[in-house]
Design a protein around this ligand. Sequence first.
Ligand code: TXA
Ligand code: MG
Length: 343
Amino acid sequence: METAVYKIDSVERNRRELETAAQVLSRGGLVVFPTETVYGLGADGFNQVAVKSIYRAKGRPGDNPLILHICDTDMLPLLARAVPGQARDLALAFWPGPLTMVLPRTARVPDAVSGGLDTVAVRFPANPIARELISICKKPVAAPSANLSGGPSPTTAQHCIRDLAGRVDVILDGGPCSIGLESTVVSLTGDVPVLLRPGGVTLEQLRSVLGEVRVSPAVTHMLDEGEKAPSPGMKYKHYSPKARVVLVNADTAAYCGYVNSHNKDGVFALCFNEDIEYLNARYVCYGSCRDAASQAASLFGALRALDDLGARVVYAHCPSGSGLGLAVYNRLLRAAAFDVIDL
Ligand code: TXA
Ligand code: MG
């Protein structure tokens, strides 16, 4: 399949390209598009055959359900058979934005979207290109992150081209994603809301609207063999570069000392700006230790860069774990397959 790449500078000036992409979606094709979190691999969310082709294109297991993207809160009752007050409150506070809500689904949601579950995940993204594409298409757009399954999510069109050229019809290049980590996923299907995946909307922000929010243990712990994942995506290996990643929980001095004493061929540090001057090893930087937003925006690009540099072992400096840092920590834990050293 030939993949067309369209650079989108503005939704007004590039209206023609957006209309072409929306037609591709309406015909059952696949379109990669930017969001403020990561790039998405989109198909018409009501077209079961098109949705199935998403799983093929990225090599995704069929039981890992997809998020439906909408461009107006009014589309929610089409997809969710019950919209509790909590969902309305969250929509008011955080939509459009990096928040996905899991709700009981309607019969209109194809099985291929929900992976056979009785629920559906819905998000209203803020990125104007994403919103315009969905709006022209007039359908919810099903989209996982636009990477090959298991690898780091894409935060630039170049990442998507490397992973998916020849596997999708269109890639819309809207520049780098501003947040750089996938959306927060919160389930509103039980008595108490449950955070399934931390992201751009923080746990603290969710609690400020909802009061009590439980954190799924899978956010920071490995699931036991055979344990049921509340969110199917959590049971799969994720965000992994080819290198073995080890997460090192330590202050600057202890982290740099550890890396320096383990430095040999193929070893790299995945470090903060503040570490650089104390390191005697090759490194890729992922932002400032004091700025989780900079870490989120750099992390996935940094993991890809480590592969390009031929890293075999990566010692990653552990982030703080509060605010947006919880999302950074959650992704790094998975990239490291839960291999953590506490110093
Ligand atoms: O920021 C994002 O959320 C990006 C952009 C493209 O919107 N999308 C994204 O999709 O990260 P994906 O497929 O890579 O991750 C969706 C996560 C998976 O962990 C999946 O298991 C979970 O959401 N999920 C989807 N539907 C669900 C459901 N009905 N119940 C529980 N978890 C669900
Ligand atoms: Mg993904």
